[in-house]
Design a protein around this ligand. Structure first.
Ligand code: ARG
Length: 589
């Protein structure tokens, strides 16, 4: 369905052309003075220079030309030369009827040319519990993915596990000290390794920090861990078997955690999956003359003449031949291109890694790992801070585990819900979980991703203001009116959205009509915060309308049915939006 702004612009452009002016001057925008009008066109101001006359002479002519146009209720030419537009309520109702006739997509068409887009998000490190630092990547990535899917693209989410670094060597070393008799450490062992892992997730999560602490105090221990990492990376069978155990146990636990967040991945690949692609990739970089030695290390220069700050070379191999985070990311691009040939890869990673990704992207382009047309986009996010403005910590000052954070918000939400009204414990807990997730996700997504933000539990869990619970509350309110109506009657034949009879109703309808344009922009700009801003405005417009309008007491049957259809459409818009944001609404709350 054509966007409402395009329809309006179309008419205004026509009026400019018919009066002998260039069509570029007919561009319409949303009004920045909603008290005066709904849409505006400032083209006469610019046109005046070209046609050498006073701007209002042009705007007067256009206003005159549009006077009888059924799209508008009012077209005012205002000195010095602005055009203020108000839509005809009939036209607006007609537009909404078309949206309403398409309940799946409410007028937002899928894109004409679907792309394959891979999205690298989550990025947890195995054997380390998820902490709040991983929350943003998961929440933002999931939403960007869902927005893309809604627009009709093939979106492939890859969790890109951190499973190749020193942490693996540390775990192996600690395990060897504790259980040296295990066959994994016996190099002459030729049998089948046990199927059952020699640890639980609880043990694993204790083993890693213990090992990490020991390695900081004990040089020999650290040496051993580095040696184990080296041997693992060079294919020592027992260590590979251990890595697989670590992966199994960790991934199970991660999946459970992500499921709690309503986050899921198409691919569970990790850094280790990129390793087989490294030797050929490095060889080719050397043969093609891109990689050269610098102080023993193999590097690719990526600086460009137009750089305003220094972009250091991208290091491919360390002087001892070991691969790095870079190497892995580049080799990951190799298999992604080979297996999926994506049009674009989006990385949702902490913005402190921006320079790093600039190097990786440039290196990938320069050495031909991607096609010239393949997009590589870095979506860097800011830090989630506590109320003190410093990175979010536990009360004791430690890194906060994600699980702990989520359950504390669940608890807070349950307390609020139980305070509000009496609920059965089990149902209350279930509702609290759903609402808590909206609080966490909306709290995050309503900020532009690149900005730091303050995780304010009190504010995020409030039922009022720009919060997830407020949005859900609005949806639940609509659901309950619809239920009440359905309990009393059935929608009469021919029921449809009617022309607005009040300001508040029209304001709601104007918000609804922006849906498809908003969703397209949110996709193009990878900007979930635009979806949040939209539903906040929409929820406000709805609640205002609700307080001003007697829906259930309306005597005119068709009028009441029109309201019900309008409510249905509002509910659909809100539901589609929260779905792309990655949360859902309960039946009651
Ligand atoms: N595991 C990394 C970390 O915890 C994030 C991975 C980001 N993705 C990537 N392709 N490098 O910092």
């Amino acid at each position: 369905m054509e966007k409402i702004l395009e329809l309006i612009s179309g008419e205004v452009v026509k009026a400019f052309e018919e009066n002998g002016y260039h069509k570029k001057y007919g561009k319409v925008t949303l009004s920045n003075r909603p008290d005066l009008c709904e849409y505006q066109c400032n083209g006469a101001m610019a046109a005046a220079k070209e046609y050498k006359c006073a701007p209002f002479m042009i705007s007067d002519k256009i206003a005159e030309a549009l006077k009888e146009n059924p799209m508008f209720e009012a077209v005012d030419s205002v000195k010095p030369g602005f055009l203020n537009l108000k839509l005809n309520p009939e036209f607006l109702a007609g537009y909404l009827q078309k949206m309403d006739a398409d309940p799946e997509r409410i007028g937002c068409e899928k894109c004409d040319q679907p792309k394959t887009i891979m999205i690298d998000y989550g990025g947890p490190n195995v054997a380390k519990p998820l902490h709040v630092g991983h929350l943003r990547s998961a929440i933002i990535g999931e939403s960007v993915k869902r927005i893309g899917k809604f627009m009709g693209h093939t979106m492939i989410g890859d969790v890109h596990l951190g499973d190749w670094g020193l942490q693996m060597g540390l775990i192996i070393t600690e395990l060897q000290q504790r259980q040296p008799e295990l066959p994994y450490f016996d190099e002459s062992f030729a049998g089948e390794y046990p199927e059952k892992p020699p640890f639980t997730i609880g043990e694993l999560e204790e083993i890693y920090p213990t090992a990490s602490a020991k390695s900081k105090e004990n040089e020999a221990y650290k040496e051993a861990a580095m040696q184990a990492t080296y041997e693992l990376q060079h294919g020592r069978a027992g260590y590979r078997a251990l890595l697989n155990h670590i992966l199994d146990v960790s991934v199970n636990d991660l999946k459970r955690n992500y499921q709690n967040l309503n986050v899921s991945f198409e691919l569970w690949k990790g850094e280790s999956d990129a390793q087989p692609f490294i030797p050929d990739m490095v060889e080719k970089m050397k043969v093609d003359g891109y990689a050269h030695l610098s102080e023993g290390a193999l590097v690719v220069d990526v600086k460009e003449d137009t750089d305003t700050k220094e972009i250091p070379p991208c290091m491919i191999l360390k002087s001892d031949g070991a691969s790095l985070y870079n190497t892995t990311d580049l080799a990951t691009i190799v298999w992604r291109m080979k297996d999926y040939n994506p049009d674009e890869i989006i990385y949702v990673v902490d913005k402190r890694q921006e320079l790093y990704f600039t190097q990786v992207f440039r290196c990938a382009r320069k050495t031909g790992l991607v096609n010239p047309k393949t997009g590589l986009k870095f979506l860097g996010f800011g830090t989630m801070n506590g109320k003190d403005g410093k990175p979010f910590k536990t009360r004791e000052g430690g890194v906060m585990r994600l699980e702990y954070l989520v359950s504390s918000i669940d608890e807070e939400m349950y307390r609020k819900i139980a305070d509000n009204h009496t609920v059965e414990e089990a149902e209350g807990r279930k509702t609290a979980k759903i609402v808590a997730l909206s609080a966490i996700k909306y709290g995050d997504l309503s900020n532009q991703a690149s900005k730091d933000y303050i995780f304010d539990v009190e504010r995020f869990t409030s039922f009022e203001g720009n919060t997830g619970p407020y949005i859900l509350y609005t949806i639940v309110r609509i659901k309950s009116i619809l239920k009440k109506y359905q309990a009393e009657k059935t929608l009469p034949e021919g029921a449809q959205i009617l022309a607005a009879r009040s300001e508040s109703e029209k304001a709601l309808m104007l918000e609804l009509s922006k849906f498809n344009g908003m969703m397209e922009t949110a996709f193009e700009e990878t900007a979930p915060h635009k979806v949040c801003a939209y539903i906040y405005d929409l929820a406000n417009a709805f609640n205002h309308f609700y307080h001003q309008t007697k829906i259930m007491a309306e005597q005119d049957e068709m009028q009441q049915a029109g309201y019900i259809r309008l409510l249905e459409l509002t509910k659909r818009a809100l539901e589609i939006c929260i779905d792309v944001l990655g949360f859902e609404a309960p039946e009651r709350m």
